[in-house]
Design a protein around this ligand. Sequence first.
Ligand SMILES: [Cu+2]
Length: 135
Amino acid sequence: MRMIVATLRRMSLAVLTVLLVISSFALFSPAAAAETYTIKMGSDKGMLAFEPSKLSIQAGDTVKFLNNKVPPHNIVFDSAKSANKDIAAKGSHKQLLMSPGQSVEVSFDGATPGEYPFYCEPHRGAGMAGKIIVE
Ligand SMILES: [Cu+2]
């Protein structure tokens, strides 16, 4: 009798484990789950650059621009060269971010696949520019 109880207990544990594994797949497998990516403004080494300066995302994802080093920075999307002008216009944040740690989020919900080039106004001449590619 005791052996049967122990076996049953072991079996129910196994069943529970399998259920957990299956349910975690159900939670995480949808490929359409939107992601949030971070682009640092000003590299960790203090260069006037976006890091990364090139990023591939999916429509529906969000890109968080984080003020990192050597501020002030801002983000301006080049509407004329962007795959979707509305997204580019909404994504542009001309207001300068003065202190490290500040951030703005840009949604690519409903974004047309293609390129979205952007730059930092104060440091455009120094080459502080980047590109987001919606796949
Ligand atoms: Cu800048």
